[in-house]
Design a protein around this ligand. Structure first.
Ligand SMILES: [Zn+2]
Length: 250
């Protein structure tokens, strides 16, 4: 057993008996870890409210057997949950950020610094205002920017300009999720969508962090871009899940 220290964002908290909790944390240097936090519900718990979803915490952990560590100390660095819980749009966007971060880290303890930084950046942009000197962004745009960047980090970036199949220089009119994004007329598979160029442009802006044009976009453009982002993510996550039972049986 080894003691280690890391900072992380709490993704999920599950009950374990009367007083204990299992926390899932995306850490800066150890990737996603699961750990037991004992006595969280006791009034004078050492952890207090620091081990709640959306909390950015500094942790000290014992490395346990079987993938379950033990939290020995937890200090809150920033608690985003309090600011998110009163705003339905921001809270649901934040919840989607945490869930996606967990789903995209298929393996525990696989370092994913870039994803950790994206999660912290998304939570800061959702809370915004006086905290961290970050302006509060539209929650839908923050979520889509996070999803596009997180998919890029995970290796699932959709093609948004050149053809996903043959690499022909874009822009192209057709978008196919199974093909991997925009496709040229020659490669266009049956069932490909023909999104408005503005929707693809918005996705490029969100990926690159060009907030000024992104925030000037029309609601219908945002809806269309959100639909493409969600479909692309869903397709990759479902494929990930489908492959999992095969791996476990062999
Ligand atoms: Zn092509």
């Amino acid at each position: 057993m080894a003691l280690y220290r890391d900072e992380g964002v709490v993704l999920r908290v599950q009950k374990l008996g009367e007083a204990d909790r299992i926390v899932t944390v995306l850490t800066r240097t150890h990737g996603r870890v699961r750990a037991v936090a004992k006595g969280v519900r006791r009034t004078r718990s050492r952890f207090g409210a620091s081990v709640e979803p959306f909390s950015h915490v500094d942790l000290q952990l014992w490395e346990g057997k079987g993938g379950l560590d033990v939290v020995t100390q937890a200090d809150s660095l920033m608690s985003y949950g309090r600011d998110l819980v009163g705003d339905y749009g921001r809270y649901t966007a934040g919840t989607a950020v945490l869930e996606t971060a967990e789903r995209l880290t298929a393996e525990e303890r696989e370092p994913s610094l870039r994803l950790f930084l994206l999660v912290v950046g998304a939570l800061r942009a959702l809370v915004g205002g006086g905290r961290d000197d970050v302006p509060a962004r539209d929650p839908g745009l923050v979520l889509d920017a996070f999803l596009l960047r997180a998919m890029t980090v995970a290796g699932y970036a959709p093609a948004l300009e050149d053809c996903a199949r043959c690499g022909a220089t874009g822009p192209h009119r057709a978008f196919s999720v199974p093909a991997g994004g925009t496709v040229c007329a020659a490669c266009r598979p049956a069932g490909a969508a023909s999104p408005a160029p503005a929707a693809l442009g918005l996705m490029v802006d969100l990926l690159e962090g060009s907030w000024e044009p992104a925030e000037a976009s029309e609601p219908r453009t945002r809806r269309e871009a959100s639909g493409l982002v969600a479909a692309h993510l869903q397709w990759h996550l479902e494929r990930g899940l489908r492959s999992l039972p095969l791996v476990e049986r062999t």
